[in-house]
Each structure stands twice: as structure tokens, then as C-alpha cells.
Design a protein around this ligand. Structure first.
Ligand code: URA
Length: 446
């Protein structure tokens, strides 16, 4: 007699319990769960319970790769191979004052490598590239896939929002994680970032993983683990991926706030910005040029990046980008045409000493409260408001010397911002060390 075992249908609750008990999920179980919550068959409460189980129990690299691929294929998957030889991209895990995309993409394009990027909006204390670009009057971030491809082919540079229905599973899961305390999980962050990158057609990606007070990863060890997980997913998906680990304890660059950051990006592209911020951008650009096969090492990549700025080719590329996407390119010569706030106020240091901390998260939250960021998706924002820093961690300051310039459009909010910025800044008599720009790099483990 031959006994044929009846196939037991999968159930979401069994998968949740399995993960709760620390077991490893199979490829089939992960796909079943992702398909289920994407099409609404698995309700939000079960998806949230599962996310919490993943947060506590973690996932193996294989489970994380399976989750990424299932989310990447939950919607459209763009193929850019008909318009570029290599679809090159960069991604920052998010931070405060991070306007690097506005600088790096034109630099890389000026070095002869086309770059098309689908960016996001700011949420909570972190800024978003689309909001920054929308400070430029007329700039259109909404392109169709065909428009995106056409511009990538003809102009060699695109900076737009997400087109089509990319990784809808991530959109749904991220919204639930945001309100259930399940964002800071390495496998969930890694699969969220990489599923969007894979769906958007990127074949080579430089990841900028942020560390510190204004980042999801508080320390170098956790950031390295997240970075390793993401580059290994890239290897598994047959993409070239490497990651840089960079500081986000204090804001990146000098400006925080949409229009103020656009102005800093323009200055940097003209070679008139700060050396420190330019160095950060040249480093990321150098790794993109290495992945693209046009620079043999970081030395050469950095030189190519700096050369593109000095020769005026990088700002030329940014001008072409703005004009092609309908923006008023005259802001590049006349930044006074960018939105500007009514109230501009200098904040002096209350004491003499050395700066030990300028808490990036607190500066980001200050700008958000001034109206420059949003609490909920879809909230309107004020592009003009923000903060310009005058010092960095490690600097000595005298009592009365300017620490920040505040740009606000509301007296009460400005008064609160002054208190918050002063509380975010730790000054003491002991000497303070400057913070590094980078903490290292991570490559696939082969
Ligand atoms: N950025 C993402 O896209 N996803 C996360 O989970 C965290 C940061």
C-alpha cells in the first residue's frame, strides 16, 4: 500500500510562531508571507507580529536574501540594460544634512558615467533628496519609467521619485514597522533598502551606511553588520555592491534644511564649499567610479571627482539636470531666488570651550519642528527654514561666537529652536577630538 502525505496548506500563524521560537524560515515560507501581506490576505496585525519576531530573533543571511528577493519582485522590476551599459546607483541609509546625492550624481555623470536615481522624501528627523530638489522652483520629480529611461540615455543624469509600482511589499511593511517599533532590525533594514535598489534596476551600488546619533545604527559594529548583510545580498543577486561606513553623529556639511542644503550643494559643485563636505562627496564618487570600471583605485577616483568640479563640468551637469526636469536653472547663479525665510537669527555660544557634541538627531528634529520636515507622509513642508552650523565637533569656541544661524518663519518656533539647538550642543573645558568622516568600507564576503 502506498501512502501519499496530504500537503498541509501554509498558515501565517505557523510562520510567526516558527520565527518567534528562533527557527529558520524556508524560501517558500518567506515568499508565502511576503505575497500574503502584499495582497492583503495576511492582515496587518499578523505582519506586525512577524516583524517583531524577526526583530528579536534575527534572520540568517539566506533568509534575508530570500526576503529581499520576494519584496523586490512584489511589483515592477525595471530593466535599464537597454539604455545604459551599467546602471550605477548610490544609497545613503539616511541622515541629517545629507545632500550628497545632489553633488555626487552630477560629479559621476561629469566623469562620463550615466547615473539615474530614484530618491525618497524626508521622514521624521531625516531629510529627503526629493524635498531638497523641490526647493528649486518648477523642478519635477514625477517622471514615468519611459521619461526616466529617455533622460538617462540622452542627458546621462536623472534625479526623480520612485516611478511605477516598485517593491510594494516594502512600502507596506515599512509603514507598519514605522508604527510598531520594528524599524531597527538589521535584516529588515537590509531587505528594505536592497529590495528597492534591485527593483529599480541598479546593477552596481555604493551604499553609504550612517553611524551615530542621527542614524539607525548607533555604533560601528552594528553598522558593519548591516553593511555586510546588504553587500552579500548584492552578491547573491549578481550585483556589484560595496558599502562605506560614515559618521552621522553631527550633521553632514554645514546646512540642514531643504533650500539651504541646495545652496550648499551648488557651492560644492562650483568648488566653493567646505573642504570637509567636498572630501566626503569625492570619496563616495570615487567608489562609484571604481564600480563603474573607470577609476582603478580611490586615489584616481577622488582626483577624477575633484577634477570634474574644478573644470566646471560638475555644475554644468547639475544645470542640465535642473533644466531638463523643468526647474529654474537661474537659481544656480542666483541662489537668492531659492525660497528664503523671513527671520534669520544668529545663535551665540553661551560659554568658551571645546565642542564635544552637536547632536545630529536633535538638529534634524529642530528643522522638522521649524516646518522643514514632516511627521507623517504627505504633510506639507516649508523649504526655506533650517539651520546653518558655524562649527564642528572638535572646534574651540569663545563665548559670544556664533554657533548657528537659524532660518525660521515663525517667532515661537524660532524661540523653541534656539533652546533645542543649544541643548543639542555640548561644550566643555576639556579639549575635544574632531569626528572622522568615514569608519571604513565593506565588500562582499566571497
Ligand atoms: N531606509 C529604508 O529604505 N528602509 C529601512 O528599513 C530603513 C531605512
Amino acid at each position: 500500500m502506498c501512502i501519499i502525505a496530504a500537503e498541509v496548506p501554509m498558515r501565517a500563524v505557523d510562520i510567526i510562531e516558527k520565527k518567534r521560537d528562533g527557527e529558520t524560515l524556508t524560501h517558500e515560507e518567506i515568499h508565502f508571507f511576503v505575497n500574503g501581506f502584499t495582497n492583503g490576505e495576511i492582515p496587518d496585525y499578523q505582519t506586525s507580529a512577524w516583524a517583531m519576531a524577526v526583530l528579536f530573533q534575527g534572520m540568517t543571511p539566506k533568509e534575508t536574501a530570500d526576503l529581499t528577493m520576494a519584496m523586490a519582485h512584489s511589483g515592477d522590476v525595471i530593466d535599464l540594460s537597454d539604455v545604459v551599459d551599467l546602471a550605477l546607483d548610490k544609497h545613503s541609509t539616511g541622515g541629517v544634512g545629507d545632500k550628497t546625492t545632489l553633488v555626487i550624481e552630477p560629479i559621476v555623470s561629469a566623469c562620463g558615467v550615466p547615473v539615474g536615481k530614484m530618491s525618497g522624501r524626508g521622514l521624521s528627523f531625516t531629510g529627503g533628496t526629493l524635498d531638497k530638489m523641490e526647493s528649486i522652483p518648477g523642478y519635477n520629480v514625477n517622471l514615468t519609467i519611459d521619461e526616466f529611461k529617455h533622460q538617462l540615455k540622452t542627458v546621462g543624469l536623472v534625479l526623480a521619485g520612485q516611478t511605477g509600482d516598485l517593491a510594494p511589499a516594502d512600502g507596506k511593511l515599512y509603514a507598519l514597522r514605522d508604527v510598531t517599533g520594528t524599524v531597527p532590525s538589521i535584516p529588515l533594514i537590509a531587505s528594505s533598502v536592497m529590495s528597492k535598489k534591485l527593483a529599480s534596476g541598479a546593477q552596481a551600488i555604493v551604499l553609504d551606511v550612517k553611524i551615530g546619533l542621527g542614524a539607525f545604527m548607533p555604533d560601528v559594529d552594528q553598522a558593519r553588520e548591516l553593511a555586510q548583510r546588504m553587500v552579500d545580498i548584492g552578491l547573491h543577486a549578481d550585483r556589484k555592491v560595496m558599502a562605506l561606513l560614515s559618521d552621522m553623529n553631527q550633521p553632514l556639511g554645514w546646512a540642514v534644511g531643504n533650500a539651504l542644503e541646495v545652496k550648499e550643494a551648488i557651492d560644492t559643485l562650483k568648488g566653493q564649499g567646505s573642504k570637509e563636505f567636498a572630501d566626503h562627496c569625492y570619496e563616495v564618487a570615487a567608489y562609484m567610479l571604481i564600480l563603474a570600471g573607470v577609476a582603478k583605485d580611490t586615489d584616481e577616483g577622488r582626483k577624477m571627482a575633484a577634477g570634474a568640479v574644478q573644470a566646471g563640468r560638475a555644475i554644468e551637469r547639475f544645470t542640465a539636470l535642473v533644466a531638463t526636469q523643468g526647474g529654474d536653472a537661474s537659481v544656480i547663479e542666483h541662489p537668492e531666488k531659492l525660497p528664503h525665510a523671513d527671520l534669520v537669527q544668529e545663535i551665540p555660544s553661551p560659554i568658551t570651550g571645546s565642542i564635544h557634541q552637536i547632536n545630529a538627531r536633535e538638529v534634524g528634529l529642530t528643522v522638522m519642528q521649524l516646518g522643514g520636515g514632516r511627521e507623517r507622509k504627505g504633510d506639507p513642508i516649508d523649504h526655506a527654514v533650517g539651520v546653518v552650523l558655524h562649527h564642528r565637533v572638535g572646534d574651540k569656541v569663545q563665548r559670544g561666537e556664533v554657533l548657528f544661524t537659524l532660518h525660521a518663519n515663525d517667532d515661537d518656533k524660532a524661540a523653541q529652536a534656539v533652546q533645542r539647538l543649544l541643548a543639542a550642543t555640548k561644550i566643555s573645558q576639556k579639549p575635544a577630538e574632531p569626528l572622522p568622516l568615514f569608519y571604513g568600507s565593506v565588500w562582499p564576503e566571497v
